[in-house]
Write a protein that binds this ligand. Sequence first.
Ligand code: FAD
Length: 508
Amino acid sequence: MFEQKKQVNSIVIVGGGTSGWMTAAALSHYFANEKVKITLVESSQIGTIGVGEATIPTLRRFYGKLGLSDLDVLKATAATCKLGIEFKDWHKLDSSFIHPFGIYGQGTKEVDFHHYWLRQRQVDNVYPLADFSLGVQLAKDNKFAVPTTNPESQLEIFDWALHFDAALFAKLMREYSENNGTTLIDGKIDEVSTRNDNGDIKSVLLEDGTEIEGDLFIDCSGFQGLLINKTLNIGYENWSKWLFCDRAFAVQSESVMAPNARTVSKAHKAGWQWKIPLQHRQGNGHVFASQYIDEQAALDTLLSNIDGKLLHEPRTFNFTPGRREKAWYKNCVAIGLSSGFLEPLESTSIALVETAIEKLIGSLHGACYDQTKVDLFNQKTALEYERVRDFIILHYKASKRDDSAFWRDCQQLQLPDTLQEKIDIFLSTGELKRYPFEIFGKDSWLAIFDGFEMYPKAYDKKADNMPLEYLNKNLHYMRHRVQHSANNALPHGIFLKKYCHFEAKEQS
Ligand code: FAD
């Protein structure tokens, strides 16, 4: 029997935060030549969450598909360039390592670079793995250059993302969407009505009595999940047995130095603090586990670790790590915080918005969908969330800190099978197993294993085919090449001033 196809002539997006406007921008671009009406409802009374300023490189691919250039976005959103994340005090107190967006060294056709590095490590003192990553070397020295499009060797390859002002990015996405025909309605939704025959959402009703009907509803209403949760009652898978952090304080401060080309994540006794540099200010926040520290102590920890003057009162957020059991149910697709949340340790929420949008567009060929597409969307979403979850858990489990109950308990975590398997395979063979639908590639996992000094017993024996003397020479050469390229780059602050200076007065 053929499944029933549902035609989509009108789409209603509920919520005008980062996820709502990104969805509107992408859908209005995709449906530019088709008669699909797109309406976005937001409530300026309620506002948006207003945080979410560190991204990963997939964001650049997202706006690139919309025809926006890096420089356009950097300028419009007061953004800085992000080469990775520096993790301070995570492994042990006074430790530091960088997770770069890029690769390490140059392998051969048969063997990945890290196996050669591991071999050398077993026979002799070897240079730190970080010396073979241009991304790390640039980030460490606070330099930046746009990666060359025609690299002579893998040693020149790295990737980058943005730290941006979330409100300015939403504004950019809004302008783009409205130029592509999206209708904005500012109003508070008071009621949501469903169809008696099939349980689909029929319409949303605003405070002033306006009723907005649609064929497909996208729930971008934030944590509450106005449609997916409050109306359709789809449950939430809670992951707090693995991820203890459930609160955050966030505050912006004046910048006191040239912006870093990396996010800084500093571990504290019951959580961690972010520092996100923008061109016109700095974002700061303390993500913490409320069962291990009280709110006042968490706030004091944050405030005593900020250098510049505060620009407003700190804001507080409560969250439950996990994901919606089904992100797409009936004619409602949850995107953004309504579909789940994982703490921003690896800046993955906006990336999960991007993948959700991409999957949604892939499900709407010919402006229609069926249950098979819905099921596939849900399966992929679940896997993407779980892969990110595993990656984040590794940071806690691998820490050697024992200076607080929080860190001691993290070391006792019983891991999800998928993560345990990944660790076991790496530690016994050196192989970096990659699962489908992982946002982070092998080199990201390698960066974390290396940062926490988790090294395997073995490596790919094919690495032994290279004579040791030759291997030594190669490693020496690679390290030199990487450093040479880093030396040639501009200081990050100068790069920004020269190519993408943000002027607040331009943004009225
Ligand atoms: P929101 O911003 O909450 O938007 C909800 C929208 O729904 C608003 O427009 C609101 O007006 C509207 N709405 C709600 N109810 C109604 C109603 N009744 N009627 C009409 N409209 C309504 N992500 C990253 O990728 N990187 C980070 O560094 C990062 N840091 C974070 C730090 C913290 C502390 C938190 C909590 C999150 C962070 N995130 C980060 C996540 C990121 O902020 C969100 O993924 C992103 O902002 C998307 O939010 P949203 O659009 O889904 O929801």
